[in-house]
Design a protein around this ligand. Structure first.
Ligand code: MD3
Ligand code: FE
Length: 213
């Protein structure tokens, strides 16, 4: 079997307690997903936000849904309004909300109703340092992530920052549902390697769907 054919086979696996990788789950709707991202980011353009510590993030971000994740010198939080425009974040396109809901259901979370979708854009060299996601009000809801474009190395750590992370490749179309105990692990993205994806170009896009409010 050619490596190319092998890499397109579904890779459904459990990445540890309560994390389910649905390999290629987004592929059947990927063109509509990319069109939806283009519409959202035309209204709320990608921007590199500043952390409370004063560093500009290498990842550029936008949001759609009732709440959007933002950071500035005052802290991390979910906000109903885009601070750059003063307007509400664009509504979450149905194709995105449906994809997240179907993936959550496939992983055993019926009725996942995300109100926040963070859109992360990585170009070559962009990375996300190890962190925990804890800005959501009720942490019993899962997080659904969708990877598009260039393959990234996801760093899957433990409950302590010092735990050595496992490295997991996340490729175009992969969806991961993070629930239960994995919801609180340290995680990040290693610096993106330069490349060109036939559909998405020289970047990686990642969607994270959350019930934030
Ligand atoms: C595991 N984004 O936006 S998505 C983030 O690829 C974030 O852009 C990464 O971490 C990215 O906060 C990783 C996968 C992910 C998202 C949230 C998690 C994994 C997670 C929360 C808890 C545990
Ligand atoms: Fe995160």
């Amino acid at each position: 079997m050619s490596p190319d054919l092998f890499s397109t086979l579904p890779r459904d696996e459990t990445l540890g307690e309560d994390a389910r990788l649905l390999g290629g789950f987004a592929l059947p709707v990927v063109n509509d997903v990319l069109t939806a991202i283009a519409a959202v980011t035309a209204a709320a353009p990608f921007r590199q936000m500043v952390t409370p510590g004063g560093y500009r993030m290498s990842v550029a971000m936008s949001n759609c849904g009732a709440a959007g994740w933002v950071t500035d010198r005052k802290g991390y939080r979910y906000a109903p309004v885009d601070p750059d425009s003063g307007k509400p974040w664009p509504a979450m396109p149905t194709v995105l909300a449906d994809l997240a809901q179907r993936a959550a259901a496939a992983a055993g979370y019926a009725d996942f109703a995300p109100d926040a979708c963070l859109i992360n854009r990585y170009v070559a060299g962009a990375r996300m340092a190890l962190h925990q996601d804890k800005d959501e009000r009720d942490q019993t809801h899962p997080i659904v992530s969708v990877s598009l474009g260039l393959t990234a190395t996801f760093l899957f750590g433990g409950l302590a920052r010092a735990d050595k992370p496992q490295r997991v490749a996340l490729a175009h179309g992969d969806v991961v549902v993070w629930g239960g105990a994995t919801r609180r692990v340290f995680h990040g993205i290693a610096p993106l390697k330069a490349g060109e994806h036939p559909l998405v170009g020289a970047q990686r896009l990642n969607l994270t769907f959350r019930k934030a409010l």
